[in-house]
Design a protein around this ligand. Structure first.
Ligand SMILES: Nc1nc2c(ncn2[C@@H]2O[C@H](COP(=O)(O)OP(=O)(O)OP(=O)(O)O)[C@@H](O)[C@H]2O)c(=O)[nH]1
Length: 207
């Protein structure tokens, strides 16, 4: 069920460069397909189709090729997902024209600087992915992406001991700066992805 006027649920996935957004999408899609859901994927990038091309290959046999699309924003990533989401919305409409029974569209943002949030017109539910390896003080900085998303995902938990990050401190800070939930993940092993799915289900599919 969608909260926007389109008859499909949309989930935004934002976060800094390299935090693990594409890796999370790669983990989520097979699980969503396993649950019988028809999924489309949009990857926003400043000037390339790289993520979309990689995802199209990865999802071969799982997601029709025309349900994986790249949107080239040509500007700051947040422009296409917040200020003017029209290119992304047009892509959602294109998906629906060919696949009217589509259940869910994942919209991955290009990497940003902790400030990006999704326009509610584009995303019914938004995730913000940060990485342990980028420093344990990220939640404490209260970036709008971290504070305002529906679900904060603290990824790369496996790297905490290697970069000297205190995961417990990150979790305490996440709790302190947010009203909403957070989860911890390791997208290399799939750990925590089940929790993300549960939140998405609660947030959009079974809302
Ligand atoms: N160790 C570890 N590496 C991870 C994890 N998640 C992602 N990575 C790696 O981190 C790198 C960046 O991951 P991506 O998924 O491409 O990150 P992204 O946020 O999509 O990056 P951009 O699209 O460039 O902003 C890749 O080399 C991944 O394999 C994780 O949980 N643990």
């Amino acid at each position: 069920m969608s909260l926007t006027h389109r008859d499909v649920a949309t989930v935004g996935i934002g976060g800094p460069v390299g935090s693990g957004k594409t890796s999370l999408v790669s983990e989520l899609v097979p699980e969503l397909r396993e649950r019988g859901l028809d999924v489309g994927v949009i990857a926003n990038d400043i000037l390339t189709q790289e993520d979309a091309d990689a995802l199209r290959e990865r999802f071969a046999g799982l997601v029709p090729k025309d349900l994986v699309a790249g949107v080239e924003t040509g500007a700051c990533p947040h422009t296409g997902i917040r200020e003017d989401p029209s290119m992304n919305l047009a892509q959602v409409d294109d998906f629906l024209a060919e696949h009217p029974d589509l259940d869910l569209v994942l919209v991955e943002s290009g990497g940003d600087n902790l400030a990006a949030t999704f326009n509610p017109e584009l995303a019914d539910y938004s995730l913000y992915v940060i990485s342990v390896a980028e420093g344990e003080d990220i939640p404490r900085k209260r970036g709008p992406g971290v504070v305002e998303c529906d679900l904060l995902v603290i990824n790369k938990t496996d790297l905490a001991p290697h970069v000297g990050a205190d995961l417990d401190a990150m979790e305490r800070d996440a709790e302190a700066v947010r009203d909403g939930p957070f989860v911890t993940t390791n997208c290399k092993t799939g750990e925590g992805v089940e929790d993300v799915l549960e939140h998405i289900h609660k947030g959009v599919l079974f809302a």
